[in-house]
Design a protein around this ligand. Structure first.
Ligand SMILES: [Fe+2]
Length: 354
């Protein structure tokens, strides 16, 4: 019996023939730049999102020590930007933290200048450490303090300087992978390392964040505010917490808004600030935007797809798209987050679920 069965299976049958014929066909059409859709349909149109990014956390104490070390190796002016990239371990060699976003930790030492330039990629900064360094954007010199959320939108000239006596470190997040996906990246350096600044610190927040707009203002799809200061935003989430306005998934959370439209601060990236009361145990949540979280205050854990990330002040962690997560706060905590949600919403592809 066994001999006869072996004989049968080794004999080329009709099925074997059709596979061989198909394979020969695939090889032949490949020479004409063609490929059968039916062989790749499942990966091209999966039943649900399958992110390439991994959940990951960077602990600030480790990262800070390594960034400080770079201060002895290269100046901010030489480097143009002294940044260590937070590269997702599942996306090695791609200079990105999620499929659509870049993240890095930037440092500027006392007396240094990071020279003026501009690019199509929009950038946000979330200040981690130090006080009194500035980002100059579109003529406004914004002095930065921990928890401040500073924006340099698409093609805005920007430079940084640190007249204070202490190093300043911040998280940079850019939409560069998205811009490069479209292959639409332009950039240029300016001859003068420092741009002229006619506007004072806080001008744009005062002008555009006070329920009035300068008459005749052109409405844009990105915020005109340069620095959403922590001093102004934190008391708002604290008031929400005290009033019991606490989302069961996200805590007492606000969305940073473009005062022109009420929409996101940038067309490609949106940001939130959330206060989690002590003992908060968040309900599970997932959405199709990949998010980068920073702990501004406190201590807790986030379960991201079954992986528990334990965070403290200034730690940065990633929740990949469509990965279920829930926050737990051991003590009262504040989380800043940024994601590509506005881009997905503009395209009509954003979804959320439990
Ligand atoms: Fe830049």
């Amino acid at each position: 019996m066994a001999v006869s069965a072996a004989k049968t299976s080794s004999k080329p049958g009709p099925k074997h023939n059709i596979e061989a014929v198909r394979q020969a066909y695939y090889e032949r059409i490949a020479k004409s730049g063609l490929k059968p859709l039916w062989k790749v349909m499942d990966s091209l149109v999966p039943d649900e999102p399958a992110s390439r990014a991994a959940p990951v956390i960077w602990h600030y104490a480790d990262v800070k020590a390594l960034v400080m070390e770079s201060g002895g190796l290269i100046t901010a002016e030489e480097a143009k930007r002294r940044v260590l990239i937070l590269e997702n371990p599942a996306l090695r060699g791609e200079s990105r933290v999620t499929n659509t976003l870049f993240a890095g930790i930037q440092m500027i030492l006392p007396g240094e200048v990071a020279p003026a330039h501009r690019h199509v990629s929009s950038a946000i900064r979330f200040v981690l450490d130090g006080e009194g360094a500035y980002t100059a954007v579109e003529g406004e010199k914004a002095f930065m303090a921990p928890g401040d959320f500073v924006i340099t939108a698409n093609w805005s000239p920007h430079d940084h300087g640190n007249p204070s006596g202490k190093p300043m470190l911040w998280l940079d997040v850019l939409d560069a992978p998205t811009i490069n996906f479209f292959e639409t990246s332009f950039g240029e350096d300016f001859e003068e390392p420092v741009q002229p600044t006619a506007r004072q610190d806080g001008d744009s927040l005062s002008l555009y964040g006070s329920s009035v707009l300068p008459d005749g203002t052109e409405i844009k799809n990105r915020t005109p505010i340069i620095n959403y200061t922590y001093a102004r935003t934190r008391p708002i989430v604290d008031r929400m917490r005290r009033a019991g306005e606490i989302d069961r998934r996200h805590g007492a959370r606000v969305r940073y808004a473009n005062p022109f439209t009420g929409g996101a601060v940038l067309p490609t990236m949106g940001a939130y600030l959330a206060m989690l009361p002590k003992g908060f145990r968040g309900e599970p949540y997932r959405s199709t935007d990949g998010a980068i979280f920073v702990c501004a205050e406190g201590h807790g854990t986030t379960d991201v797809g079954g992986k528990v990330l334990e965070w403290g002040q200034n730690d940065v962690f990633v929740v990949p798209p469509w990965t279920r997560y829930c926050h737990n706060a051991a003590k009262q905590s504040v989380l800043f987050s940024i994601s590509d949600r506005p881009a997905q919403e503009a395209l009509g592809i954003w979804r959320e679920g439990a």
